[in-house]
Design a protein around this ligand. Structure first.
Ligand code: PEP
Ligand code: MN
Length: 401
């Protein structure tokens, strides 16, 4: 029972369900449902990511920090998919590289938290799949039935994504370069949900897939090497992402690569560095050097959001657009110097005109943040900031002749 063994390891950031029997019943229901995605699509993404790892394609990943059930609407999903599509076409044109697009969408409902209690002294909100965001003690009680709603909403969002992608045009300016693929992803955090979405399938050689999403990543707070999340990810046929923060050592990176890419398959593992704009120059190069020397061909992706989070003078969790750009530039510089492929970008964004991140051409200031600060968790780039960032990355990708 490899899955049970993996999940018997210490698992960080899991809710304490008050009714464990109810959680088991929900899991049993989910074990029998039609999956959110198909194994064939997962395999297709793996081969696209092999191209990214090999340096002939670019990976764009983005969407909410935390999706909410309330925002599983046609308008909202079209805003996210449309923004990503527009970014992908900006990047494709400049880089002359196919862009593989991955939404943080159709399942990004579970959040790791740095503290068990929030600023009001209530148990922290852990994402709509676990508890409610409303600031009451009742809403914050973990409810395993929320996993059913997460499955239903993920499936509905997936249907909407498929419909938008099939129509090719998701907005007046948003033409999806869909021939390179639009896939879904979320953090593999809530193990009761992820294990229930496991399916052994495949036309010739059945493998174990987590069919809650095409791509799953392990976050900075749950990546301990002896923990359940890494052991779970090891078992999957899905491509896996791993967030690497500024305390990661090159030796740890090698252990991760050996555990998560044991067969040395380009595209299997995406290392998502989220170092912070001041750390990326020092911390990333020895990691890239050591992994490259090990012979593993990973996707190198930059998350310029999570290492650059600050509290504004007006009290909001925010990120400055300039720091985001600085980390992206640092990431490209490191790879240019080492002769490796700066393969991808991973951002938190929304198609809405929110005021959550500072700066950009709109010059959002600390005093503006309260106008439209609607995120359920971390601050997101709004549509204009997202397109601006795509233009910066496009310049960095432009072939020098
Ligand atoms: C996230 O991607 O929302 C997240 C929590 O990131 P990290 O694990 O890098 O902190
Ligand atoms: Mn986040």
């Amino acid at each position: 029972m490899a899955v049970d063994d993996a999940l018997a390891r210490p698992a960080a950031q899991q809710p304490q369900w008050p009714d464990i029997e109810a959680a088991h019943q929900v899991r049993a229901v989910l074990e029998g449902v039609a999956p959110v995605v198909r194994a064939e699509e997962v395999d297709q993404l793996r081969s696209r990511l092999a191209e990214v790892a090999g340096g002939t394609a670019f990976l764009l990943q983005g969407g909410d920090c935390a999706e909410t059930f309330a925002d599983t609407t046609e308008r909202y999903i079209a805003g996210t998919v449309g923004t990503l599509s527009r970014m992908a076409s900006i990047l494709t044109r400049a880089g002359r590289l196919p862009v593989v697009t991955l939404g943080r969408i159709a399942g990004q409902y579970a959040k790791p938290r740095s503290a068990p209690l929030d600023a009001c002294g209530l148990p922290s909100y852990r994402g709509d799949i676990v508890n409610g965001i409303e600031a009451t003690i009742e809403a914050r009680v973990p409810d395993p039935h929320r996993m059913l709603r997460a499955y239903v909403n993920s499936s509905a969002a997936m249907t909407m994504v498929r419909a938008l992608v099939a129509t090719e045009a998701v907005g007046p300016d948003d033409h999806l370069p869909y021939e390179h693929g639009f896939f879904t992803s979320h953090e593999a955090l809530l193990l009761d949900y992820e294990r229930a979405m496991l399916r052994v399938t495949g036309p010739y050689d059945p493998k174990l897939y987590d069919l809650s999403s095409h791509f799953l990543w392990i976050g900075e707070r749950t990546r301990r090497l002896d923990g359940a999340h890494i052991a779970f990810a090891e078992l999957l046929a899905n491509p896996i992402g791993l967030k690497l923060g500024p305390t990661t050592t090159p030796e740890q990176a090698i252990e991760y690569v050996e555990r998560l890419d044991p067969r040395n398959e380009p595209g299997r593992l995406t290392l998502i560095s989220r170092m912070g704009s001041t750390e990326v120059h020092d911390v990333l190069p020895p990691i890239v050097e050591k992994v490259t020397a090990s012979g593993h061909t990973v996707v190198w992706q930059c998350d310029p959001m999570h290492g650059n989070t600050v509290i504004s003078e007006t009290g909001y969790k925010t990120r400055h657009f300039d720091c985001v750009v600085d980390e992206v530039r640092g990431f490209f510089e490191v790879h240019r110097t080492l002769g490796t492929h700066a393969g991808g970008l991973h951002v938190e964004l929304t198609g809405d005109d929110v005021t959550e991140c500072l700066g950009g051409a709109q010059r959002i200031s600390p005093a503006d943040l309260h106008h439209r600060y609607t995120t359920a968790c971390d601050p997101r780039l709004n549509r204009r900031q997202s397109l601006e960032l795509a233009c910066v990355v496009a310049e960095l990708l432009r072939p020098t002749s």
